[in-house]
Design a protein around this ligand. Structure first.
Ligand SMILES: [Fe+2]
Length: 148
């Protein structure tokens, strides 16, 4: 690993802007929308905190916050999908499981190898993509199920 790779990481991380909530993501169930907004804020704030030099402690808090938050949020959203007979209920559940497995992998890596800033930025990047993608593709179906 040479200087070059570090330079790329440096420039990349300052270019990235924190993700922002948009009303296009709204589903119409107050608690879910509120929690989705919070997830956007958590991920956005942590990108800023890491970019501003937050290190191990920031990452540690991020991992713990995500674990606790996702547990409660996913459970509630899954129950809503079942209640409204959303056709995406199963797919939603399996994507939640996959994300939680991924979080677990990052936790394992951290407790085994210690803190690595690149891993922290990698997780943030994955979460940013996952959030927008998952909400637009899966969670948004709940909107129509509630209306019917
Ligand atoms: Fe979901």
């Amino acid at each position: 690993m040479g200087m070059e790779e570090d330079d790329i990481t440096e420039s990349k991380k300052t270019e990235e802007k924190p993700i922002k909530w948009s009303d296009d993501y709204a589903i119409g169930i107050e608690r879910i929308d509120r929690e989705h907004k919070m997830l956007f804020r958590i991920v956005g704030d942590f990108r800023v905190a890491l970019s501003e030099g937050g290190g191990e402690q920031t990452y540690d808090v991020l991992l713990q916050a995500l674990e606790a938050f996702c547990h409660g949020h996913f459970g509630f959203e899954e129950r809503c999908m079942e209640e409204y007979h959303c056709p995406m209920a199963q797919k939603n559940k399996s994507e939640h499981v996959k994300l939680q497995e991924l979080l677990f992998e990052f936790q394992q890596l951290y407790s085994t190898n210690g803190y690595d800033q690149r891993e922290a930025f990698k997780l943030i990047g994955i979460l940013e993509q996952w959030l927008t993608d998952h909400i637009c593709r899966i969670d948004v179906h709940l909107k129509n199920c509630v209306k019917e």
